[in-house]
Design a protein around this ligand. Sequence first.
Ligand SMILES: [Zn+2]
Length: 133
Amino acid sequence: MEDESIRINEISDCRQRAIICKEPNLNSSQIFKSICNTIINYPHLTKHEKKYLINDLIRIRDAQNVIENTGERRKCEYCNNQVIAITYCESCIRDYLERDFSKWTAGRSYILKNLKNSRTTDEKWLKNDKQAM
Ligand SMILES: [Zn+2]
């Protein structure tokens, strides 16, 4: 069985090296691919650690692209909308949250208020939510 432990210091070193070593004059998608290639070719991480690091970077990239409403779009296989995130569908999540509005408690009223107002201003809500975390 493959060792699934994570060496945080080695992962951090690899992340730093990948970010520093990216090629110049690339767009954001090319930069991301360059960083992933550096990680894949980095000899001091296990396969599991490389997968962990790349998944972590994908999650960060998804959040950044959804907040900034940038990046390549894909068609969600469930809702058929054009969406940005790779690891989830922001449209399906939005629909799921809106369906359960009636179950939300008063303690989450600030989220509800922001979400209701977010139908046309998704970026604003996401930025406010990020600041609240
Ligand atoms: Zn969807």
